[in-house]
Design a binder for this molecule. Structure first.
Ligand code: GLA
Length: 658
């Protein structure tokens, strides 16, 4: 018998005793399930099709991918080991960095740390005995994903039987956490309302509970009246000096009564809490019509959103004439002979539209650009700023978004001055107009706008458009949110960082200008989105379809305790307590001495997360309240710990117990 045959028999014999195994290469699995930030996974080659090479070492087999990437595998307890060499492919010529992580049944069982181009390959060798599910992750190591060519070289499984099955992310059911409001009255919204001396007041008391409801107010300042049936307060405060008028509001219905203080703060500062409302852009784009705006105002009342404090109904771009267009009514002329800006045929009656919105106790907003044209090519305010500002006030608008766009072509001045100039000019035109018009700067963060935006307007966009932001494994709102979170020091009452709109529900596609479709965000991602915006004291401006609001979307938008974090009168933006590849923790001090804390799990698997009192800078016992469920979670004295779903959040409020 030749020695090789003998060896084979011995080998087969021992396999029978130990249990036979098979080696299955990663490259043999269904790689269409490997979701990655750029390109497609390549078998036995780098992502660009070159031979796999890491730190000068070549590999004949493996999978070339691009971080960020994730592959989920069902092992069903049938695997013994997973082995691979990982690193950044040499084809990037010194660029790129990747971190490789492996989760076995939700526990991190391998973490390469940050590997850079040129680093030696790192060995993975994991015992998989009894493991049901495995998740392979390549992260872009927090410096963007450029050149993050992630190689899983010589990657293979040792299987007792069967093969690993590549699977999609598990379906996460969308669970409604927000308790439905009760039949009894509850007055919501912030405890302050700002108005400049002598300016018209319009305030609809936001209150949930069965209708009919009767509203009363004690100590309403002279000049204001309250409609007892609608709860709309209007008029002009006679007193022209800077004053604070504390008013007691009452709401009464068959099921009970509620009482709340509201302070009318007469002074120079508008938007003492972040503006709340809706904007047309991400659902109607250049198709927006007067009818869409009226329907949105109606829906803000009928859906109950206004009962939680949403009040601005804002037209975005595309209500004016597009120069040179064939707009039927006006032959493509953007202005009347005397220079007055014209609305296009889809907006036949701008003052009538504002009036429709006001009649519901809501506020009307619109949009223009300091440049000759808007981002979508419609007429801008360039060289007509004063006449346009006066027109907006005459029409009755209460909010102006001023979008840089084509101003780039005509901007003058050096350094920061170049960015400030058009906004300062419009502020100076808006302020004397006799109406309070909240001024929203939209210039995507240029010239470190957070440092000076508050001296010019009430809120300023800090980033590019959220809708076109393609995240990696995480949807784009995380990177926009993380960028916005860094500028907290500059926010305060009347001055808010604006990370763009809340894009959930039925919303235009991410490439922009598309027709609406249901959001692709998971339920947990939507809880994270709203929690992050509230912890950052961001304007809460929804931009999905107001006529297709479903119960889950309303549960995200309309939780009074969650909104209470955003609208807190202390007006401090939450600070970043911890930021790692897997964790984000934000904490926001609140006016009553409590702290709101959000633990965001950025990882691909559910995880236990903990925040300590040391990290939060507090001592002693705290009563912990779950804000999404509006339920107490007992007390804690040193830390708070929670199981947080994939891409989800635990949002709590910690109240001192003494
Ligand atoms: C820019 C803004 C968006 C939107 C569009 C309209 O992209 O950032 O929010 O207003 O213009 O054209």
């Amino acid at each position: 018998m030749p020695p090789t045959t003998l060896a084979l028999i011995v080998a087969l014999g021992s396999a029978a005793i130990l249990g036979a195994t098979d080696t299955v290469p990663l490259s043999g699995l269904d790689l269409t399930k490997l979701h990655q930030g750029w390109g497609r996974p390549v078998v036995d080659r780098s992502v660009e099709g070159n031979p796999i090479s890491i730190g000068g070492r070549s590999f004949a087999r493996g999978v070339g991918s691009h971080a960020p990437g994730v592959l989920r595998l069902d092992l069903d307890g049938r695997a013994e080991r997973f082995g691979a060499w990982v690193g950044v492919d040499d084809e990037t010529q010194g660029r790129g960095s990747v971190s490789f992580t492996v989760y076995a049944d939700g526990r991190k069982s391998f973490d390469s740390g940050v590997l850079r181009a040129g680093d030696q390959p790192v060995r993975i060798d994991i015992d998989l005995t009894g493991v049901g599910s495995l998740v392979l992750v390549s992260g872009s190591a927090e410096d963007g994903m450029d050149f993050d060519h992630a190689d899983w070289a010589d990657a293979q499984f040792v299987m007792r039987e069967g093969v690993p099955i590549a699977i999609d992310a598990p379906d996460e059911p969308k669970v409604i956490l927000t308790p439905a409001p009760g039949p009894e009255p509850r007055i919501n919204g912030p405890e302050v309302f700002a108005v400049r001396p002598g300016r018209p007041v319009l305030y609809r008391v936001p209150a949930t509970g069965d209708r009919p409801m009767n509203f009363e107010a004690d100590a309403l300042p002279d000049g204001l009246t309250l409609d007892p049936w609608t709860g709309i307060i209007s008029g002009t405060i006679a007193d022209r000096a800077e004053t604070i008028h504390p008013v007691t509001l009452r709401a009464v219905n068959d099921a009970g009564r509620a009482e709340r203080e509201l302070r009318f703060v007469v002074g120079p500062t508008l938007a003492l809490t972040p503006p709340m409302g809706w904007n047309s852009w991400y659902i109607h784009y250049n198709r927006v019509t007067d009818a869409d705006m009226r329907a949105a105002a109606d829906a803000m009342i009928d859906s109950g959103m206004a009962d939680f404090g949403y009040s601005y109904v804002n037209i975005d771009d595309c209500w004016m004439v597009k120069p040179g267009s064939t707009d039927a009514a006006i032959g493509g002329r953007p202005r009347a002979p005397d220079g007055t800006l014209l609305s296009n045929a889809r907006f036949p009656d701008m003052p009538g539209l504002a009036e429709h919105i006001h009649a519901k106790g809501l506020k009307a907003g619109l949009y223009t650009s300091p440049g000759p044209s808007t981002c979508a090519g419609f007429a801008g305010a360039w060289e007509h700023e004063a006449i346009d500002a006066a027109l907006f006030a005459r029409w009755g608008f209460d909010f102006l978004k001023y979008d840089w766009c084509s101003y780039e072509r005509v901007a003058t001045g050096e350094g920061r001055e170049r960015f400030v100039r058009p906004y300062r000019q419009m502020r100076d035109l808006l302020e004397p107009l006799g109406r309070d018009i909240v001024f929203n700067l939209c210039q995507y963060g240029m010239g470190d706008v957070w440092e000076w935006g508050g001296s010019v307007g009430q809120c300023w966009r800090t980033t590019g458009d959220l809708g076109v932001e393609q995240g990696g494994l995480l949807p784009g709102f995380y990177s926009i949110g993380l960028s916005n979170a860094r500028h907290g020091a500059w926010a305060g009452p009347g001055a808010w960082n604006d990370p763009d709109y809340i894009l959930i529900g039925w919303v235009g596609d991410a490439r922009g200008m598309g027709v609406g479709q249901p959001t692709t965000l998971t339920g947990n991602e939507q809880y994270s989105y709203m929690s992050m915006w509230c912890l950052m004291a961001a304007p809460l401006i929804f931009s999905g379809d107001m006529t297709r609001l479903d119960a889950f979307t309303l549960n995200i938008l309309c939780n009074a305790e969650v909104i209470g974090v955003d609208q807190d009168t202390l007006g401090v933006q939450g600070r970043i307590v911890r930021r790692t590849e897997d964790d984000l923790i934000l904490a926001k001090p609140l006016a009553d001495g409590s702290i709101a804390v959000g633990l965001f799990n950025l990882a691909e698997v559910p995880r236990q997360m903990t925040v300590t009192w040391d990290e939060l800078g507090v001592e002693g016992e705290r009563a912990v309240r779950d804000l999404w469920r509006q339920a107490p979670l007992g007390t804690a004295s040193s830390h708070y710990q929670a199981e947080v779903p994939r891409h989800g959040v635990s949002l709590v409020r910690l109240h001192p117990t003494e």
